[in-house]
Design a protein around this ligand. Structure first.
Ligand code: ATP
Length: 308
């Protein structure tokens, strides 16, 4: 096994327009600003780990458009192994069309594009690289068949982390069973467990439900309140709080948390899970201090030495 993190997941181009309010159906509004940025949960998590100094390989699927090519260049610049990042013929790169209002409200439409074409075969082609990684990290922004395949071929090799985002109901129970760590935020936990208004005080109920669905270790993130976790051996939840920071833009905080968690499990395997979560909270907190998604993900050189 090599100290590498294999990420199987999505790339999206975030296309963000800013306006005073959300348009009504049929209405056209004059916006104030437009930005385009590299995003997608798979890419964001992989970039976080790479910026912390991890060796990473990214199994992903990009469009045959100009954006697909520039995304490949971007991943190369981040020192990510892209030998299994595939350009799909006759498809466009995934896109997230985002409207952000002055009050911070947003509305998002995602079109998966080439992410939907990531196939079981693409994962099988990367089998050796996946099996030799210390950590396998997956999300739900591609179709789920290749994710299940990656988890299946990785079984018995290292630590698999599944970020159940965006939330999907009726997930194949094998995905829960094959994930060593299953991580969601509180809203995703609500959708996946059917329990409403999950807070830290009733999170045990959601964790127990996720255990009953087949999960092994569960982590639920709670924004500025940090995260809770529980394991099969110690089912009572542990809350790891964090320093509350005034957020400029929380987009990507969850991805920063997951990328950091994969980094700590790979490179600081002597640390307890609780300590890995405490440090991942601190990395994720850094990402809320800047606008944008990948633009806000921190670099190791800018972080306090005690985190390493
Ligand atoms: P996103 O906004 O990217 O969708 P998310 O909803 O998936 O994020 P959150 O639970 O909001 O994920 O945040 C993930 C982690 O980021 C938290 O567990 C925490 O460590 C950190 N975090 C988020 N907001 C703050 C904040 N205001 N201050 C400090 N840490 C924060």
């Amino acid at each position: 096994m090599t100290k590498t993190i294999a990420v199987v997941g999505s790339c999206m181009i975030d296309s963000i327009v800013y306006s005073s309010r959300l348009p009504k159906p049929g209405e056209t509004l004059l916006g104030s600003k437009y930005e385009q940025g590299f995003g997608g949960k798979g890419a964001n998590q992989c970039v976080t780990a790479a910026r912390l100094g991890a060796s990473t390989i990214f199994i992903t699927s990009l469009g045959s458009d100009k954006i697909g090519q520039s995304y490949l260049e971007k991943l190369k610049q981040e020192n990510i192994d892209i030998s299994y990042a595939k350009i799909q013929n006759n498809s466009h790169t995934g896109v997230a069309q985002i409207i952000v209002t002055e009050t911070g409200e947003n509305s998002i439409v995602i079109v998966q594009g080439s992410n939907a074409l990531l196939s079981v075969k693409d994962v099988i082609d990367a089998r050796q690289k996946i099996q030799s990684a210390s950590v396998l990290l997956c999300q739900f922004e591609t179709s789920l068949e290749p994710i299940l395949e990656a988890l299946t071929i990785y079984q018995g090799h290292g630590t698999s982390i599944v970020n159940g985002a965006p939330a999907v109901s009726n997930v194949d129970p094998n995905i829960f069973k094959l994930s060593d760590i299953f991580c969601v935020n509180e809203t995703e936990a609500e959708i996946m467990t059917g329990i409403q208004c999950i807070t830290i005080s009733n999170a045990q109920k959601a964790i127990d439900k996720l255990f009953s669905l087949g999960c092994n270790t569960v982590i639920i993130t709670f924004g500025a309140e940090g995260a809770v976790h529980a394991t099969q051996n110690n089912k009572k939840l542990v809350h790891t709080s964090t320093e509350i920071l005034k957020a400029v833009d929380t987009t990507g905080a969850g991805d920063a948390f997951l990328g950091a968690l994969a980094y700590y499990i790979t490179y600081h395997s002597n640390l307890s899970l609780e300590e890995c979560i405490r440090r991942s909270n601190r990395i994720a907190a850094q990402s809320v201090l800047k606008a944008g998604t990948q633009t806000s993900l921190p670099y190791r050189k800018d972080l306090p030495i005690e985190l390493f």
